[in-house]
Design a binder for this molecule. Sequence first.
Ligand code: GRF
Length: 212
Amino acid sequence: MTLELGVLVSGSGTNLGAILAAVAERRLDARVRLVVSNKADAKGLDRARAVGVPTAVVPHGAFPTRQAFDEELVRVLRAANVEWVVLAGFMRVVTPVLLDAFRDRVVNIHPALLPAFPGVDAQAQALAYGVKITGCTVHFVDAGVDTGPIILQEAVPVLDTDDRAALAARVLEREHELLVRALGLIAAGRVQIGAPDERGRRRVSIGGPPAA
Ligand code: GRF
């Protein structure tokens, strides 16, 4: 199936760029219907405009609550016929308003091997802790911060010489590939979320390729 994507960005949007490139090169069966940012100056918006993808700015400061902000996100996403939402460097915590509108269809990319180092500046957290391996995670979004069912992960070594920027760049390179791969699996109908276990945890399984 062709994924009808809405991509939410707050910053440089290199993950968005990876999605747009994969779509353009037909490596990913998806259409980016809309790119939304909470920041008018996000570079990700320019990446979208450059290839003719519609954009919207929804400034979070203009809304009294997170819920009201999310209601506006849902409105613009639905108006653009978005069916799947990708948080690609979107620096806002989303609420059930968005999650219920796109149930089990909101995906996030996080620059660490969750559940290690959730939240902001995961690469700095990894360096500060002294782990030798970190990585990136693509997961479904639930009401927690970086807690939802994990779709794919990839490990990235931490070098003794790394500073935050060097580590972030090495992780980011892997993010681009991992995010596109995860979306490809979703588009191929190979990603299933299981029923909650006794602790309420739902796990993702990746099925085999669909029969030809
Ligand atoms: C990425 O590291 C992403 O995982 C994080 O923010 C960064 C965004 O990068 N949450 P970009 O905007 O896609 O270039």
